[in-house]
Structure formats: structure tokens, C-alpha cells
Design a protein around this ligand. Structure first.
Ligand code: ADP
Ligand code: MG
Length: 412
């Protein structure tokens, strides 16, 4: 089923279009440390302005605790959308109407007084207690101000909140248009290549690493079902090794996930899908590594922790990836934040960008830390698609392409 997109919206001149953007940018003492998310929203905003729409932007920013009044005030001070508006107007090369409210007279009037092509940004949607609960009254209020709705906040599309779900639901019921923005469209197209995989796009190889199995149970299960091979790395390796009764030394593993890991091994057995590292980089201490070495094989000796995949594993994985037509990667191979343990993750970046450029493979990163690693190491541009949403990209894969914030948008 294909969804309405922003280019399907016609006769926008003078119309108030509510755009759910993802301006949940990292802040340090009120300064934006990375404006990628604002930059990513610009194509949709520019397009709507050119059509003469009156653009109302709304987004959450950080978390706001509504249970504890003191925490609530502190969260609001820290996550004030006023920190975003300056950068937004710089990037738009135009003034933005900023409304320090999420409802009421001031907002109503500001929306009413917008001129064609003008942009308004309202305060953090999570200042509203009802936002995260998809409160019908709040959704109805925002929807009452809008002639159309565009969803462009991929990082929030897995949440059915007022701004991502309630508002478009009401507009649909009132026969007003709802559509996906350009960023959403790109995410949906990129990630769906790893959901609906035809034979010509196989072998499909998934690479799974990162911190915890428990964060990604459903996606691991889904990828074992869909992929031709699942290559394991990262801290999750030791949960699998432990489940197979291999010595893991002092490495962390998740005792409560051993049954799940055994189930994965069992599921993957018939088709020999699950591939575990064959050597590791280990060290005596995670925080203060003094004695660092490579293992000969898969066993990890006492007194040492596994902190990266080893060179034999890299070569082994490279061989498997040479034939891949589609690759989905989530989770770093090691503690890449420390240059001593970055080699595994860097090698995966090198291999994947190489098969993208030289063999036309379609390579996708879904996962906040993996995307950050690729960017930090200078490989980001070489991937076919780097998702902007960590949690959202995993949920999209595990739900076969469905997310509340996508499903609620009108079909063509
Ligand atoms: P993503 O955000 O891409 O989904 P995760 O959040 O699951 O990835 O995992 C990222 C973290 O996993 C990184 O901070 C990295 O340091 C950590 N990690 C990877 N391998 C290990 C390991 N062997 N021991 C401890 N932490 C690890
Ligand atoms: Mg993470």
C-alpha cells in the first residue's frame, strides 16, 4: 500500500500545514551540538513554503517528567524549544515565528496571522502531559488548527503520540490530507529494502552487534527468519557464546537471555544462518585496559573481557559479505569509542562501503550508535542508507515495515 507523500498534496496556497518534525537535537547547556536532524527536515519545509503553505512545525525535545513537579520544571528549562529556533532560522535563511506555547490564545493568533510561505515553530510538544499518552483532547485541539498534516519525524514514528498519531487520525476522519514528508519517504524506501526482499536482492546478510540482546530480541528473531546469514559481533557475542557453553572469561553476558540465545541458535541451525566470531580482541579491564591481546580461537581466558572482534573474524565476515546484495547492520562490533577497540567496527564500515561502491550492494545502517560510529570514522556517505532513527528503524524491521506514524497516514 503506498502512502500519500508531500508531493501529492495540491493547492497548498494559504493552507495551514502541521509538520511533525524531529527536532530532538542533542543539547549541551542550551547549545545544539549536532544539527543533523534540523538539516534533515529542510527539504520538506522548503517544498511546502514554495507551494505557499503556512507551515507550523512541532516536535518533542528530550523528556519531560510530568509526575514530579520539581523535575518537570527542570526538564522544561533544559528542553526548551527556544534553543532550536535560532539555528532553524539560520538554516532557512528566514525568520521563524516562534511561539513559546503549545496551546492557547497566543498560538491560535500566531497561526491565524501566518502569511503564505511563513514558518512557525511551537514549544516542545512534551510540555503537554497528554502528548505521550495520545490524549484525544490535545490531538483534537492541534488538529483544529490544521488544514493538512505532514509526518517527517522518522525517529518518533514508532510512537503513537498525539503529534505523531492522534492529529493525523483526526484529520483523516475529517477528510483533510495527511502525507509523509521527504525524510520519511527516504527512510521507508531505504528500510523496506530489508523487509521485502526479492530473490534478486539476495543474499541478504544482517550484521548484529551492540550492547544488549535484550534491547533487540524481536529484531534478532525477525532477521534470523528473513536473512540468509546473520553475523554476530559486539557485546552480544558473549551471550551467544555462553549459551553454547564456551568460556567467556570476565566478559559481560546477559544471564537472562541465554534461553533466547539458544532458541536463536536452534532456529538458525537448519540453514546454518547464525555466524559467530572466531576470534576476539580481549583486555584485562574495560575501563583501564593495560594488557590487550588477540585470542587464537573462540575461547576467552579467565581474567579477560571481549572488547572487539578479531582480525580472523573480520576476514571471515568479509568473505561472506563479498556476495551480499543487501545488508542490514545494527550495533557496533566492539567498544569503538576507545580507539584500541575500534578496528572491528571500522573494518565493517570499510567492507560495506566497498561492496556498495564496487558491487552495487544495498547497505543499510539502522541504530544510533552504529550510525554515529560510521559518521565518526568518515564512512557515512558510502552507505546506501543510514537511518536517522535508532529505535524506529529496528521496530520497522521487526514489524515488517509497519510503524504507527506511517500506518496512520492516508493511502494514495
Ligand atoms: P545501536 O545504537 O547502533 O543500536 P547499541 O546501543 O546496541 O547500538 O550498542 C552500542 C554500544 O555497544 C557501544 O557504545 C559500544 O561501546 C557497545 N559495545 C560493543 N561491543 C561491546 C563489548 N564487547 N563490551 C561492551 N560494550 C560493547
Ligand atoms: Mg544505542
Amino acid at each position: 500500500m503506498s502512502k500519500m507523500t508531500v508531493t501529492d498534496l495540491k493547492e497548498l496556497k494559504g493552507k495551514v500545514v502541521f509538520v511533525r518534525v524531529d527536532f530532538n537535537v542533542p543539547l549541551k547547556n542550551g547549545e545544539i551540538t549536532d544539527d543533523n536532524r534540523i538539516v534533515a527536515a529542510l527539504p520538506t519545509i522548503d517544498h511546502l513554503r514554495k507551494q505557499g503553505a503556512r507551515v507550523v512545525l512541532f516536535s518533542h525535545l528530550g523528556k519531560v517528567d510530568h509526575k514530579d513537579p520539581e523535575k518537570c520544571a527542570a526538564d522544561k528549562a533544559k528542553n526548551d524549544m527556544k534553543f532550536v529556533v535560532g539555528r532553524l532560522s539560520e538554516l532557512l535563511h528566514d525568520e521563524v515565528v516562534y511561539v513559546n506555547e503549545t496551546r492557547g490564545e497566543v498560538l491560535n493568533n500566531a497561526v491565524k496571522n501566518l502569511k503564505d510561505g511563513q514558518v512557525l515553530l511551537m514549544q516542545n510538544t512534551r510540555y503537554e502531559k497528554g502528548e505521550s499518552k495520545n490524549d484525544p483532547e490535545l490531538s483534537a485541539y492541534w488538529a483544529s488548527l490544521a488544514d493538512a498534516f505532514v509526518m517527517d519525524a522518522f525517529g518518533s514514528a514508532h510512537r503513537a503520540h498525539s503529534s505523531t498519531y492522534g492529529v493525523p487520525e483526526i484529520l483523516n476522519a475529517n477528510h483533510k490530507p495527511t502525507a509523509l514528508g521527504f525524510l520519511m519517504q527516504k527512510e521507508v524506501e531505504g528500510l523496506n529494502r530489508c523487509v521485502n526482499i526479492s530473490d534478486k536482492d539476495r543474499p541478504f546478510v544482517a550484521i548484529l552487534g551492540g550492547a544488549k540482546v535484550s534491547d533487540k530480541i524481536l529484531v534478532v528473531e525477525k532477521l534470523i527468519e528473513k536473512a540468509d546469514k546473520v553475523l554476530i559481533g559486539g557485546a552480544i557475542t558473549c551471550t551467544f557464546l555462553k549459551a553454547l557453553n564456551k568460556p567467556v572469561g570476565n566478559s559481560r553476558y546477559e544471564a537472562d537471555q541465554l534461553d533466547f540465545a539458544r532458541k536463536c541458535v536452534e532456529l538458525a541451525k537448519a540453514k546454518n544462518k547464525l555466524v559467530l566470531p572466531i576470534d576476539h580482541v580481549i583486555a584485562d579491564d574495560f575501563a583501564m585496559p593495560l594488557d590487550i591481546k588477540r585470542t587464537d580461537g573462540v575461547d576467552i581466558q579467565d581474567g579477560y573481557e571481549r572488547l572487539d572482534i578479531g582480525p580472523k573474524t573480520v576476514a571471515y565476515y568479509e568473505k561472506i559479505l563479498q556476495n551480499a546484495k543487501t545488508v542490514f547492520w545494527n550495533g557496533p562490533m566492539g567498544v569503538f569509542e576507545n580507539p584500541l577497540f575500534e578496528e572491528g567496527t571500522k573494518s565493517i564500515c570499510r567492507i560495506l562501503t566497498k561492496i556498495t561502491a564496487e558491487k552495487g550492494a544495498f547497505t543499510v545502517i539502522g541504530g544510533g550508535d552504529s550510525a554515529a560510529a560510521a559518521a565518526q570514522m568518515g564512512f557515512k556517505e558510502g552507505f546506501s542508507h543510514v537511518s536517522t532513527g535508532g529505535g524506529a528503524s529496528l521496530e520497522l524491521i521487526q514489524n515488517d515495515g509497519h510503524l504507527p506514524g506511517i500506518d496512520i497516514i492516508a493511502n494514495k
